[in-house]
Design a protein around this ligand. Structure first.
Ligand code: ADP
Ligand code: 5GP
Length: 190
C-alpha cells in the first residue's frame, strides 16, 4: 500500500491571537498525526524560548544565506525581523505521512498557497481588536514599538482573512482547539 502524503496546513492569525496556546491544545490529539514546522527567524528569543524548539534563531547573514541557497519554502519580513520555513524538513515529514503545521504570517502564507495549491489554510481571529491588544500586552513580551507594529499588521492581516479556506474565532482556548481538530479530521478524510 502506498502511504498517503501528509497534509500541509497553513495556520495563521495576528500576533497575540493565541495561535501557539491553541496549538498546544490540539497537538494533544495524537490521531491528528501532527508535527510542527520549526521556522528560522532573526528575532531575538523571548524568555523561555529555546533554539531548535520554538525557532532556529539565526543572524541576518545566516538567514540571507538560507534564502540564497533556496532552503526556504517561503519567507517574509514581519515587524522588522525575518521569518522563514525550511523546506527540506517539511517535505520529509509529509512523505512520512505526517500532517505538518506551518504557523506563519500572511505574506508567507500567500507564497505557500501558490507553491502548494493543495495546502489547507486556517486563519485564527480575535473576538475583537481590544481583546487582541489585551492579549499582546498580557503576554508582556513586546516593546511599545513592536506592540504598535503588531497591532497595525494585525488589522491588515484580518482584512485579508478570506484568502484562507477556514476562519475560526478564538474565544475559548479549548473550543477553538476542538474546531480546528474537526477541520483537520475532515481534511484527512477528503
Ligand atoms: P500567538 O501565538 O498567536 O502570538 P499566544 O499563544 O502567545 O499568541 O497568546 C497570546 C496571549 O493570549 C497569551 O498570554 C495567551 O495565554 C493568551 N490567550 C490565548 N488564547 C486565549 C483565549 N482564548 N482567551 C484568553 N487569552 C488567550
Ligand atoms: P512571533 O515573533 O510572534 O513569534 O511571530 C511573528 C509572526 O511571524 C507570527 O504571525 C508568526 O506566525 C509568523 N511566523 C513565524 N514563523 C514564520 C515563518 O517561518 N514564515 C512566516 N512567513 N511567518 C512566520
Amino acid at each position: 500500500m502506498v502511504m498517503k502524503k501528509g497534509l500541509l496546513i497553513i495556520y495563521s492569525g495576528p500576533s497575540g491571537v493565541g495561535k501557539s496556546t491553541v496549538r498546544e491544545e490540539f497537538f494533544k490529539d495524537e490521531t491528528l498525526r501532527l508535527t510542527y514546522s520549526i521556522s528560522m527567524t532573526t528575532r531575538k528569543p523571548r524568555e523561555g524560548e529555546r533554539d531548535g524548539v520554538d525557532y532556529f534563531f539565526v543572524t541576518k547573514e545566516e538567514f540571507e544565506e538560507a534564502v540564497e541557497r533556496g532552503e526556504l519554502l517561503e519567507h517574509a519580513c514581519f515587524v522588522s525581523n525575518y521569518y522563514g520555513t525550511p523546506v527540506g524538513y517539511v517535505e520529509k515529514l509529509r512523505n512520512e505521512g505526517k500532517n505538518v503545521i506551518l504557523e506563519i504570517e500572511i505574506e508567507g502564507a500567500k507564497q505557500v498557497m501558490k507553491k502548494v495549491p493543495e495546502a489547507v489554510s486556517i486563519f485564527i481571529l480575535p473576538p475583537s481588536i481590544e481583546e487582541l491588544k489585551n492579549r499582546i500586552r498580557g503576554r508582556g513580551s513586546e516593546t511599545e514599538e513592536s506592540f504598535n507594529g503588531r497591532v497595525e499588521t494585525a488589522l491588515k492581516e484580518i482584512a485579508q482573512k478570506d484568502i484562507y479556506k477556514y476562519q475560526v474565532v478564538n474565544r475559548d482556548i479549548k473550543e477553538t482547539a476542538e474546531e480546528i481538530k474537526k477541520i483537520i479530521h475532515k481534511e484527512m478524510e477528503a
